[in-house]
Design a protein. Structure first.
Length: 65
């Protein structure tokens, strides 16, 4: 049976491992957030482009009709 000191050492080692693991998870989440922000900006530009296209198409239709 493990003594209290051995148990505390195991818990401390486990906490160190979890700390490293959680740091890596945070880094991956941050990279994912950056990618999502870039993708969101790209789609926003596409949507504004579509708005311009629709407005221009409506204007051209009025001019030539």
């Amino acid at each position: 049976m493990a003594t209290a000191k051995e148990s505390m050492e195991k818990i401390a080692a486990h906490e160190r491992e979890c700390s490293i693991r959680y740091e890596n998870i945070e880094k991956r989440l941050d990279r994912g957030a950056d990618k999502f922000d870039a993708m969101d900006a790209k789609f926003t530009r596409y949507i504004f482009g579509l708005y311009v296209l629709i407005i221009v198409a409506a204007g051209v239709d009025r001019i030539f009709s």
